[in-house]
Design a protein around this ligand. Structure first.
Ligand code: C2E
Ligand code: MG
Ligand code: MG
Length: 685
């Protein structure tokens, strides 16, 4: 009895024992009182039914009725009760009607046991809700959500309604491989790939992502994107795979189009430079340096636009490309590198014979067109090598080879990039770095000027200087202006670099002035790019002004060839300088494009006849020379004539007789270091 009492008192189950339906005799334990929240007396007056939540009363009645109907003596029910404080709790109820063991006249005991199941109910409700929202998401997902076995069929255990849209099969038809296994929906060529991917992911416990194609029920092929994860049991075995598969057919199509536009020159239907560079780069990245770039440079084609028009050139280009395409083989394909430049890329290293054969074949297929149009076809070949690191520099090397002409007169040229060219490129690269550094640092570094006297034929005395730039490279020693000026121009630093030269010339002018020499101008060579710079004139005037020298002491020379482009703009710049009293000369006259008839349209003071005209000049050749004619035209238009490159007494005398006004050349003086130039003036004025 004591044991029963102990259980009765300390059990978390609320217990009420009512003998013979006489509630006043009820035995109630503390747990019961705790669960219902009323005192014993209150409970006795309310009764069990009075506690039941109104909505659950019907359930209790039904359960009771069912018990009686079945002839049972107990029932179980989950219901809500309302506690004294008004709160609602879920309880699990056991109600039993147990015949009294000693009774002979139908006496019985009513046993009521309850336990608080509120927590469990809350949890259940939450679970219900999350299951509901999950299924709502899955069923409305644009795509197919699945749970499948990690087996050879990818046997589906769950398939969302989106299956219909994606595959054409109802979810039912895919479940358990009923009509078709998902493996068979996947396009054959992707099946192994997908299995490998999953195997990897299962091992790595990662996320599987893949793009592949499927065959829908109606036979259409679709691109899909799948993302899924393996589900493991507590032992780490895969029990299923779960994920979603969506339709990406549309974006794939777009992607393909974009890729095409990205990788192809659609006008010529040739793969382009990016594609080629990527191809080479991925090879170089794995240290594979087999392969040859055979670059065909048809650069002059551009010039035909002016004479023949756009359409003509487009058609011509297309026809040339089609002919070049016929020389493609399984080993080499043709790419479009840039305007008028095409590249055969051979996967293996081309032998000398192969190179010569291809060169000959090219001559055969496009020779007639090249000859008819007078386009030049320059081939540059670059073999990939251990020094190749960037695909882009391999292409540039092939191009450099194509531009390194030995014979300017030939229409077809072949050049192979070699060590000598490599050295040249290296040299230019290093000089470029030095010159850029110099241009953007203070001072003049290794830059200086030398000064070559210009003589007045009338007096035989010096009348001006030409300043010539000299540079001493840290790495290569003295470098001539014919080498470093083009590098400076090419790298767009001539404006900054040119200002240093002007300042150096001004320093010399000031030195002369300080010595009382105020009638010897110094001429500086100016590049077209400087003259085209909109700030050039203002900047020049500012420098002249702040140095406190007269504008007439600083002269400038521009080479004639610059007038072949931007003619009017350059000419306008010249006139402006003229207006400010700066003396201007056209340098290297006769080598550029101006005909004598254009002289009068150019705004300048002096013509400097190029030394290629003076060099062959002597008494015998005089009758074939154009020099006398140029001198006469200068007289007619009142332009100063100057002869460059006078090396002999004969030339000097002849030019003087012809009435040339000024002369410059080694015969009178070589270009002089500043110190020597300074003394030269003192002695020869
Ligand atoms: P340029 O302006 O026609 O300069 C004349 C060139 O002929 C100079 O070569 C000079 O040394 C050379 N020369 C002078 N007299 C004779 C002679 O009797 N015989 C021979 N064979 N040559 C003679 P340099 O100094 O090598 O300059 C070459 C070119 O570099 C210049 O031709 C000019 O176009 C350019 N240059 C020189 N300095 C500068 C500069 O400061 N700025 C720019 N933009 N270009 C410059
Ligand atoms: Mg000059
Ligand atoms: Mg010259």
């Amino acid at each position: 009895m004591r044991l029963v009492e102990a259980i009765f008192d300390s059990s978390p189950v609320g217990i009420v024992i009512v003998p013979n339906n006489d509630l006043s005799k009820a035995i109630i334990n503390d747990s019961f009182i705790n669960i219902i929240g009323y005192t014993r007396e209150e409970y006795l007056s309310i009764g069990w039914n009075g506690l039941t939540h109104p909505n659950d009363q019907i359930h209790e009645e039904e359960a009771y009725a069912l018990m009686q109907k079945r002839g049972d003596n107990h029932f179980n029910l989950e219901k809500r009760i309302i506690r004294k404080d008004g709160s609602v709790v879920w309880i699990g109820e056991y109600m039993g009607i147990i015949p009294s063991p000693k009774s002979t006249n139908g006496e019985f005991v009513r046993l009521l046991m309850i336990r608080n199941i509120e927590n469990r109910k809350v949890l259940e409700k939450e679970l219900d809700e999350s299951a509901r929202s999950r299924s709502a998401i899955l069923q409305n997902l644009p795509g197919l959500a699945y749970r499948c076995l990690y087996d050879e069929n990818w046997t589906m255990e769950f398939v969302s309604a989106g299956a219909k849209d994606l595959t054409g099969y109802d979810a039912d038809e895919l479940l358990g491989n009923k009509i078709i296994s998902f493996n068979n929906v996947i396009l054959k060529k992707y099946r192994k790939f997908l299995r490998d991917e999953w195997d990897k992911v299962v091992k790595a416990k990662g996320v599987m992502q893949a793009e592949y194609e499927i065959t829908a029920k109606d036979g259409t092929i679709k691109w899909v994107y799948e993302r899924g994860i393996p589900i493991y049991d507590h032992l780490g075995n895969v029990v299923a795979l779960e994920g979603i598969i969506t339709d990406i057919t549309k974006s794939k199509k777009l992607e393909k189009q974009l890729q095409y536009f990205h990788d192809f020159n659609h006008k010529l239907n040739l793969p382009n430079r990016e594609l080629l560079a990527n191809k080479i780069q991925s090879k170089l990245d794995v240290k594979n340096t087999k392969g040859t770039l055979f670059l065909v440079n048809l650069k002059d084609t551009q010039q035909l636009y002016r004479t023949h028009g756009y359409q003509y050139v487009e058609l011509l280009t297309a026809s040339l490309v089609n002919k070049l395409k016929t020389l493609e083989t399984s080993q080499r394909a043709l790419y479009y590198a840039e305007e008028d430049i095409y590249v055969y890329y051979s996967k293996h290293r081309m032998s000398a014979t192969e190179i010569n054969d291809l060169f000959r074949d090219i001559k055969n297929v496009i020779g007639r067109t090249i000859f008819r149009e007078q386009i030049r076809c320059n081939v540059g070949v670059n073999h990939l090598s251990r020094t190749s690191i960037l695909a882009e520099s391999c292409l540039i090397r092939a191009r450099i080879a194509s531009e390194n002409l030995q014979d300017e007169t030939k229409l077809f040229n072949l050049n192979i990039y070699d060590d000598a060219m490599d050295k040249m490129v290296q040299r230019e690269e290093n000089l470029k770095k030095e010159l850029i550094d110099l241009s953007f640092s203070k001072g003049y570094g290794n830059l200086r000027l030398v000064f070559q006297p210009i003589i007045d034929f009338n007096t035989g005395k010096i009348c001006s200087f030409e300043a010539l730039a000299r540079y001493k490279s840290n790495k290569y020693g003295p470098v001539g202006p014919l080498e470093f000026i083009p590098i400076v121009e090419k790298n767009r630093i001539i404006v900054a670099f040119g200002k240093k030269i002007i300042d150096l010339a001004i320093i010399f002018i000031k030195r002369l002035m300080a010595a009382g020499i105020k009638n010897i101008p110094v001429a500086v060579n100016i590049s077209a790019l400087q003259l085209l710079d909109s700030d050039f004139t203002d900047d020049l005037l500012l420098r002249i002004e702040s140095a406190g020298i007269p504008a007439s002491l600083l002269a400038i020379e521009v080479t004639e060839s610059i007038f072949s482009t931007n003619y009017s703009q350059l000419n306008a710049a010249l006139s402006e300088l003229n207006d400010y009293g700066i003396v201007t000369a056209i340098d290297d006259f006769g080598t550029g494009f101006s005909s004598l008839s254009r002289i009068e349209k150019l705004n300048f003071d002096t013509i400097k006849m190029d030394r290629t005209f003076i060099e062959p000049l002597n008494r015998e050749t005089l009758k074939y020379s154009t020099v006398p004619e140029v001198i006469n035209i200068c007289k007619k238009f009142e332009i100063n004539s100057l002869a460059e490159g006078i090396e002999t007494k004969e030339q000097y005398d002849l030019l003087k007789e012809l009435g040339c006004q000024y002369g410059q050349g080694y015969y009178m003086s070589r270009p002089l270091e500043e110190e020597d130039a300074f003394h030269y003036v003192l002695e020869n004025r």
